[in-house]
Ligand binder design. Structure first.
Ligand code: 4NP
Length: 155
């Protein structure tokens, strides 16, 4: 079973959203994956996702309320097969903890898995408006759907 970790900064907006959507799609598409998420920073350890992220996801049929934030740790690079980061800053922070080339190759921008070579980021909605949360939901949902279809055809 593939183990996939989604990583953002706080682990309360973007990466728990990706985790929750992928758990939702895992059931829908019967995917043989294990999913988790983490943040490069430790500001929100133990907290549920941001209230705005939870409310927006709920409106779109995805329950995030049981997820809890944790900080990314070096050992995650041993445990997970793939580590998908949300932006370039997360990418730098995670790569800085990789001990060798094999670990570095596990790490990539999530949107590059879906739109290869474009180096697109998932924008941080934390300082944004309600619309920012909806836009991020739609972007992440579409990426996760495409990812799930690709995943099904490779395993
Ligand atoms: P996330 O968003 O990285 O998508 O979880 C953020 C959440 C909290 C903070 C920054 C980004 N913060 O500075 O507390």
């Amino acid at each position: 079973m593939q183990k996939i970790l989604f990583v953002c900064l706080g682990n309360i907006c973007r990466s728990p959203l990706a985790e929750g959507i992928m758990l939702h799609l895992k059931n829908k598409h019967n995917l043989n994956v294990e999913i988790d998420s983490a943040g490069t920073a430790g500001y929100h350890i133990g907290e549920a996702p941001d209230k705005r992220t939870i409310a927006n996801a709920k409106k779109n049929g995805v329950d995030l309320s049981l997820l809890r934030a944790r900080q990314f740790e070096k050992g995650d690079l041993d445990v997970f097969d793939k580590i998908y980061v949300m932006d370039h800053s997360n990418l730098r922070n995670v790569l800085a903890l990789a001990k060798d080339q094999k670990q570095k190759e596990k790490v990539s921008l999530f949107l590059n898995a879906v739109y290869p070579g474009k180096d697109l980021e998932i924008p941080d909605p934390y300082y944004g408006t309600e619309q920012s949360f909806e836009d991020v939901f739609q972007l992440v949902y579409k990426a996760c759907e495409t990812f799930s279809q690709q995943f099904k055809s490779t395993v």
